[in-house]
Design a protein. Structure first.
Length: 121
């Protein structure tokens, strides 16, 4: 976080954004919308979901200001309104990858130590 002290209101807004993004299906929706806008039907097909579930999660993303929508006739098109969300996901992915590598390095070092002990016995 920034070096600035954050107000309780701002901390709540940040926590709400993380809760919104904490649902894997919503992340899948965002991933499906990254390249282009799509209708609910296209998202249902792309994610092999059902319309009520897709619509519910899109509404949550819309309420959070992460996606926007526009109506054309009977179709509603959804698109990303806050592309910063992808930067955030990228940061989390990089951090998780680094942590996984560090963990694997520790496991490898432990295995080497254990095999060295077995040989010396």
């Amino acid at each position: 976080m920034s070096s600035l002290a954050l107000s309780d209101k701002m901390l709540e807004l940040i926590a709400r954004r993380f809760r919104t993004l904490g649902e894997p299906f919503r992340l899948r929706l965002l991933q499906a919308l990254e390249a282009r806008e799509r209708t609910v039907g296209e998202l249902v097909d792309a994610l092999e979901g059902n319309q009520p579930n897709v619509s519910k999660h899109l509404q949550i993303l819309y309420d959070a200001g992460i996606v926007t929508r526009r109506r054309v006739g009977t179709s509603t098109f959804y698109s990303i309104s806050d592309p910063v969300v992808f930067k955030l996901c990228d940061l989390v992915c990089r951090s998780a990858t680094e942590q996984s590598r560090a963990h694997l390095d520790e496991i490898g070092a432990d295995m080497v130590r254990q095999s060295g002990r077995k040989r010396s016995k």
